[in-house]
Design a protein around this ligand. Sequence first.
Ligand SMILES: C[S@@+](CC[C@H](N)C(=O)[O-])C[C@H]1O[C@@H](n2cnc3c(N)ncnc32)[C@H](O)[C@@H]1O
Length: 203
Amino acid sequence: MSLNRFREWRIDRMTDRIARKPHGKQARETYGSADAHSFAWEPVLEVLALGPTDRLLDVGCGGGVFLRHAQTQTGCDAVGVDHSRDMVRLAGPLAVLGEVEQLPFTDGEFTAVSSIVAFFFFPDPVRALREMRRVLAPYGRVAIYTTSPEAKGTMAAPYPLATRGHFYTDAELQQLPLEAGFSTARVSRPDEDGWAQLLFAQP
Ligand SMILES: C[S@@+](CC[C@H](N)C(=O)[O-])C[C@H]1O[C@@H](n2cnc3c(N)ncnc32)[C@H](O)[C@@H]1O
């Protein structure tokens, strides 16, 4: 293996371990902590406007802290999906193992889909959104909290991890759900630093 390929392999391994497919003790501590990415919760809950009749799917749920928060705050039914076995184990009975591009659920099962700080790892965003749309009821909605291009190189997306992320301008991000078959989409900037984007779309 050349030095360059070895370096790329190490960056891939590090990205997976800490964020893209988290596993190991440190990852369990990070994503099991009660406030993991809690800065995203209120903006996401605000646009989803969940209530006790809603059934929420959180994609890339990590340790499941948002799932439990959403349930407690809104009375909704909540389920998580993640492709990391460690995270699914950590999240407990509310979570199942699965890939965003092949969600292990039937058509129209959910009234809402969320995804927090996971979207920028999805290799094919349109395919991911098409799958989210498939599991949504016709009156459903999706809220995706992701990292903006301006965050590259900051603590929100430090290098070299940032080289493994997919970043979109607001216009590009808004276009993705429309390509995936959603009828409306809008992007807002939920934080003061401008390091985050909130995508909201409806089938
Ligand atoms: C940075 S963590 C965020 C976890 C959680 N949403 C939170 O806010 O604490 C990203 C999560 O997305 C999951 N993930 C990344 N790509 C995925 C994919 N293609 N399918 C399912 N889960 C994925 C990872 O395993 C990881 O748990």
